[in-house]
Design a protein around this ligand. Structure first.
Ligand SMILES: [Zn+2]
Length: 369
């Protein structure tokens, strides 16, 4: 595929069959911070980037961990401050891209404290350094969204820094071919959750709905094919594009109830984001009523078939048993996400969703019968 602008969103989206060529084209002759994770360094990918993009001077940062922590980020930024960095490249999954977004903002605003900035308004008011995002998973949509999620596990809190969208996103599905099952499945479920969350959302627009429906169709088509054959490049491309479209959809609407439910579960039980924000989807669809989603019955059935077939209730118990999950569930959710949901809800409704999520199979089958 050739270069193509996907939408009016401010991130320029480039499809490429060789991310190294695309990256070299987009790099300024500058001092580049390459944000990645240790595994890409070990696999020789970092070396390839540096060799292929010879005109740039790279500083490699490879300490990114899942769910980036506020204190780590501030510490790392202090270390990088004196580097005269002029451009940032993120090569990795959602946590790498979120880390790079925070760094690109902070390195352009050297007198700002991250914690103060997150607590005050969470909206970056001044520009970031130019950021090129190269996603290596298909799901978070972070390559096009204006948000970065920052965790403070000591305070059991989650922040969101807004207005930090990457300048350019380079999509090369070859980078996703070697992903193992779980690193394919959980991000794909995150993307499906983004698409649905943007549909049952007070902020939805005609364009966000179009993006969401295209994303859902792509995920439902491609994910089963990839789970069957991980090397299916065509399906990998479809899933990658779908995840980016879902990212564009939530860029307009933000997420809603399923994500609001997920954050405490990730903080308390270490539940992976893509699982935590998707195990409730069948119950929420059921509870909300399918007609409120503005989806065709066929597409609703396809979504249910996909989700029910994945047995997510059995994945949940790897992190927490259902009884404890229900007993410890705190219905005071982050209003900046929960309040985007299209109908008013209360604690009984929420606990009902958690309970019903254990029986997603029965609910899904009831509808099909
Ligand atoms: Zn998400």
């Amino acid at each position: 595929m050739s270069n193509m602008n996907l939408a009016t969103h401010k991130t320029k989206v480039i499809y490429s069959d060789n991310y190294l060529v695309a990256l070299n084209d987009e790099l300024a002759n500058s001092k580049v911070l390459l944000v990645t994770s240790d595994s890409f360094k070990r696999r020789g990918i970092v070396k390839n980037v540096i060799e292929h993009c010879g005109d740039a001077h790279f500083i490699v940062f490879d300490k990114v961990t899942p769910n980036p922590e506020l204190t780590d980020l501030q510490h790392w930024i202090n270390e990088l401050k004196s580097g005269s960095i002029t451009q940032v490249v993120a090569l990795g999954g959602g946590s790498v891209i979120d880390t790079a977004k925070v760094m690109a903002y902070m390195l352009a605003n050297l007198d700002v404290e991250l914690k103060t900035s997150l607590q005050q308004s969470s909206i970056a008011k001044t520009p970031s350094l130019p950021l090129i995002a190269i996603p290596t998973t298909s799901g978070t949509g972070s390559e096009v969204t204006p948000f970065a999620t920052v965790w403070d596990s000591a305070a059991q809190k989650k922040f969101s820094l807004a207005n930090v969208a990457p300048t350019v996103a380079i999509l090369d599905a070859h980078l996703t071919l070697s992903l193992p099952r779980q690193e394919t499945l959980y991000p794909a479920l995150d993307a499906l959750s983004h698409a649905l969350e943007s549909l049952w959302n007070k902020n939805r627009t005609v364009q966000s709905q179009e993006h969401a429906i295209q994303a859902i169709e792509g995920i439902c088509e491609a994910l089963p094919q990839i789970l069957e054959n991980a090397q299916n490049l065509t399906a990998r491309k479809t899933l990658q594009q779908a995840a980016t479209l879902a990212g564009l959809a939530i860029s307009h609407t933000k997420t809603a109830i399923a994500h609001a439910i997920s954050y405490p579960l990730t903080i308390k039980y270490g539940m992976p984001h893509g699982l935590a924000c998707s195990f409730t989807l069948v119950a929420i669809m059921h509870e909300l009523g399918y007609e409120k989603l503005n989806l065709s019955i066929d597409l609703v059935d396809t979504i249910l078939e996909l989700l029910v077939g994945l047995d997510l209730d059995k994945e949940i118990v790897k992190f927490i048993d259902w009884q404890t999950l229900v007993e410890q569930f705190d219905p005071n959710l982050d209003p900046s996400r929960a309040d985007n949901f299209v109908i008013p809800i209360n604690s009984d409704w929420l606990i009902g969703i958690i309970n019903k999520s254990q029986q997603s199979k029965t609910i899904g089958e009831l509808h099909e019968a």
